[in-house]
Design a protein around this ligand. Sequence first.
Ligand code: GDP
Ligand code: MN
Length: 422
Amino acid sequence: MARGLMNKLVSRTISIAGKWQQQQLRRLNIHEYQGAELMGKHGINVPKGVTVSSVGEVKKAIQEVFPNEKELVVKSQILAGGRGLGTFQSGLKGGVHIVKADEVEAIAGKMLGQILVTKQTGPQGKVVGKVYLCEKLSLANEMYFAITLDRTTAGPIIIACKKGGTSIEDLAEKFPDMIIKVSIDVFKGITDEDAAKVVDGLAPKLADRNDSIEQVKKLYKLFCECDCTMLEINPIAETSDGQLVAADAKLNFDDNAAFRQKEIFALRDSSQEDPREVAAAKADLNYIGLDGEIGCMVNGAGLAMATMDIIKLHGGTPANFLDVGGNASEGQVVEAFKILTSDDKVRAILVNIFGGIMKCDIIASGIVNAAKHVQLKVPVVVRLEGTNVDQGKRILKESGMALITAEDLDDAAEKAVKASSS
Ligand code: GDP
Ligand code: MN
């Protein structure tokens, strides 16, 4: 549930406006079971767990890892939060279930391969490819813990709350005073005082204060060493025997650090990502999927932003942000066009090219070529200007394609909005 809070802080729009260039997804997101393993390696207390991809693996996994457990927590692994309160499209309620050991097979069978819809997945949901089986700890108290990057201090900030579990968003609204924020000086690192402030904010009732301080310091160390952009544990819990444990794990990593975090980046699960973005990343296009009805193909991030704004101004909504870049090949333009046309929501395509380094004739050839590979079911509005514009226009004209040409950006947006609603 509470994964949403951090997602809101680090929202998608920021990544559009932010300083990304080559990479579509600025933050790698990994599964809970992977995050738990990483935390375990860094000395953080995590429940014992094992992952299965099929019902057939359940019996053996339990025999090997949990021979004596009576009950287990069965957790759907998807790259989105809110699983506890989610619902499967099959009707099954809850992506996290606590069941008797001999019922694990049955419940895992109802989760694997099924689509789980949560507050954070969107209505289309995400398919559960793996299920994480965890020891059932008796949780005496559930708290909230996160580390993220704060724009104000331009450094890491630890956020803690003595109440956690589900829906930190609601709590943050109702009891803002319960949320403790501690900024960390990256040069000094985390001090004992910083960590103590966090622990006092968590206010564990049973866990040893010094042990908890050590856990907080280890979490901060992991955050820095692994180039995290976010580390959220909701709940961080204390067991009835006084242990602080991370009972959930949401970790994001800075894509710019991929070169030095090879092991972590090998964990990327493309099956959970927007398929349009996966295809775009393969073609090395700067693409971000949105949910409007006008597909955009633009060169230059600034022009792409302006195009999205002007579409909005004329009452439409962009289906994507797409900057084909300054030196896109014809092949990349073809790929871009394929992505736009394969999107069911797209009701019109707007091509807006201001040729500079990018030449208008390359774009035109790309469009004509793409039209041979994909069936064009929606109107295409084209506005070309700049380098080789005449050749570009000639290529489009000679292709015999039914295109709507536009004179300028305003005209193009108006025509695209009109075409999308007719
Ligand atoms: P999320 O809903 O996607 O954030 O998934 P969580 O991993 O947070 O699981 C949902 C809820 O299940 C948690 O908030 C806990 O209340 C509960 N839960 C998870 N693990 C355990 C456990 O080991 N023991 C108990 N008693 N409850 C757990
Ligand atoms: Mn959680």
